[in-house]
Design a protein around this ligand. Structure first.
Ligand SMILES: [Fe+2]
Length: 432
C-alpha cells in the first residue's frame, strides 16, 4: 500500500509534464505484447506503451471473467522517445510522440494455466487479453515464423491465423527476426502488433538485421541503430543474455525444451567483440544448464548454413564462430530466416551430414512468412548439406512451421500459406 502511494505521488509529479510537448497518440494504451519469462511455467511479462501516467496491470485466471480475484502489478515505466538516438527516423512517431514504455513481470503464476489481464490507467482501460503458462508436460506444440518484413503484405496475417487453427491455438510463438522492415518506423510495428490476429500469444523473438534499421534510406543507405532500440522497447525478454546483447540474446525454459535466442546484429557487425562475448555467454549458459532439459532449440535470424550469396558474411564470419558451439552442445534445431529462400539441412555434426541421432543439428531457414522472396542460388541447391530447398519467389510461397514436442522426438511440419505441407522432418530425442 505504501509503495502504491509513493508511486502515485511520483506519477502525479511526472504526469504534470507528461507528454504535453508532443502530439498525443491516437490511443492511450497500445503495443500490448506478452513476452515469455525465463521460467515460462511461472513467469510472463506484459509489455505496452501508454500515453497516460500511473497505469497498472490487472491479471487473474481466465475463468475469473469478472476479475474478482485479480492481482494488481505496477509496471516498470520509462518516458521515452527515439529523440537523441543516433540515426533515428525523425518522421517516426517513436520520435515525435514521447510515451511511457512499460513492462510488468507477472511472477508466481500457476503452471499449465490460462490467464486473462487488462491494463488500467487514469480514464483508460485496455481490452482483455489472454495467455497460457507452460507447465510440466512433455507433449505440446509451438509455432514459428520468420521475416514478416513488409507491413500490409497480403500474406502475414492470414498465415498467422491459419497456423493458429492448424496448431490448435498454441500458447507460444517464436519469430526468428525481421518482424518489420524498418524498425525505426512505428507504423510497421503497429500493423503487426496492434491487431486481433496477434493477440493472446506469448512471444519470443530474436532480432533480425532490420531491427537495427533506424530510418529510411539516406543517400542510398539505410542508417543503422547501434542497438535494437525499438525492438527492446516493445519486447522485454528474460535479462539473462550476453552482457552486450542483453534482451536480444536470452534463454528460457518451456516445458521440456530449452530455447535460446541469439542476436546476429546487423550485417556490418557479423564479427568482432560483441560476437565473441555472445559465443562465450552461450557456452557458459549451456554448461550451467546441462541436464535440465530434453531438447535444445536455438532461434537466430541468420542461418549459418543459409545462402552464401544473399549474405556472404554469414558463411565467412558467423559459421566458424557458431558451428562448433552448436556441435559441442548438440543443438537439436536452429530456426532462422534472413535469406528469403527456404532451406533445410540434413542433421549436421559440425558442418557435415551425420546419421548419428546423438549428434545432429537441423538448420531450418523458413525463408519468409511475408511476401518478400528471393530466387534460388546454387550455394544451396548444390550443397551436400541441404535436403530441401525451395524457390519461394518462383513458387510464390511463404512458410511457417508447427513443432510438436513429445517424449521421444520433435516433429517439425512446415506449411505454405495455402495449408499445404511443404516439408516435414523428425528430430529424435538425444540422451542428455
Ligand atoms: Fe528479412
Amino acid at each position: 500500500m505504501k509503495r502504491a502511494i509513493i508511486l502515485l505521488i511520483f506519477c502525479i509529479f511526472q504526469g504534470v509534464q507528461a507528454l504535453t510537448a508532443s502530439a498525443q497518440p491516437e490511443r492511450d494504451i497500445w503495443h500490448i505484447v506478452t513476452t515469455v519469462g525465463e521460467d515460462a511455467a511461472s513467469q510472463v511479462t506484459v509489455n505496452y506503451h501508454c500515453s497516460l501516467c500511473c497505469s497498472y496491470v490487472l491479471y487473474t485466471q481466465a475463468a475469473d471473467t469478472a476479475f474478482a480475484e485479480a492481482k494488481k502489478v505496477w509496471p516498470v515505466c520509462q518516458r521515452w522517445s527515439s529523440q537523441g538516438i543516433r540515426n533515428t527516423a525523425p518522421g517516426s512517431t517513436f520520435y515525435t510522440q514521447e510515451r511511457y514504455v512499460c513492462y510488468a513481470p507477472l511472477t508466481g503464476l500457476e503452471a499449465d494455466t490460462p490467464y486473462r489481464f487488462k491494463i488500467v490507467s487514469e480514464g483508460a482501460e485496455s481490452d482483455v487479453r489472454l495467455f497460457r503458462t507452460a507447465g510440466t508436460t512433455s507433449s505440446w506444440n509451438f509455432v514459428a515464423f520468420t521475416d514478416f518484413q513488409h507491413r500490409e503484405n497480403p500474406v502475414t496475417l492470414p498465415l498467422v491465423q491459419m497456423m493458429k487453427e492448424i496448431a490448435g491455438d498454441p500458447a507460444l510463438m517464436i519469430c526468428s527476426g525481421d518482424m518489420v522492415d524498418v524498425a525505426g518506423n512505428e507504423y510497421e510495428w503497429t500493423y503487426l502488433l496492434d491487431n486481433d490476429i496477434f493477440r493472446d500469444f506469448v512471444y519470443a523473438a530474436s532480432p533480425g538485421d532490420h531491427a537495427y534499421w533506424a530510418s529510411d534510406k539516406v543517400d542510398g543507405h539505410y542508417p543503422q541503430y547501434d542497438y535494437a532500440y525499438t525492438f527492446n522497447r516493445l519486447f522485454h525478454f528474460p535479462q539473462n543474455g550476453a552482457p552486450d546483447s542483453r534482451n536480444t540474446s536470452y534463454w528460457f525454459r518451456y516445458n521440456n525444451v530449452l530455447f535460446v535466442a541469439l542476436d546476429m546484429h546487423n550485417s556490418d557487425t557479423a564479427s568482432g567483440p560483441r560476437f565473441k562475448d555472445e559465443v562465450r555467454w552461450l557456452g557458459e549458459t549451456l554448461d550451467r544448464l546441462a541436464g535440465s532439459y530434453q531438447y535444445l532449440v536455438v532461434f537466430e535470424h541468420k542461418s549459418i548454413f543459409g545462402s552464401e550469396i544473399v549474405d556472404s558474411a554469414v558463411a565467412r564470419n558467423l559459421r566458424p564462430q557458431w558451428a562448433p558451439v552448436f556441435q559441442k552442445y548438440r543443438v537439436d534445431l536452429v530456426l532462422s530466416g534472413h535469406d528469403h529462400i527456404y532451406s533445410r539441412t540434413f542433421a549436421l555434426d559440425g558442418d557435415q551430414p551425420t546419421e548419428d541421432p546423438e549428434a545432429g543439428t537441423f538448420y531450418l531457414d523458413m525463408g519468409s512468412s511475408g511476401d518478400k522472396r528471393r530466387p534460388l542460388d546454387r550455394s544451396l541447391t548444390e550443397s551436400p548439406r541441404h535436403t530441401k530447398v525451395l524457390d519461394l519467389k518462383e513458387l510464390d510461397m511463404s512458410c511457417a512451421c508447427n513443432v510438436e514436442v513429445d517424449g521421444t522426438c520433435l516433429k517439425v511440419t512446415v506449411y505454405d500459406q495455402h495449408r499445404q505441407v511443404v516439408d516435414r522432418f523428425v528430430i529424435p530425442r538425444k540422451q542428455r
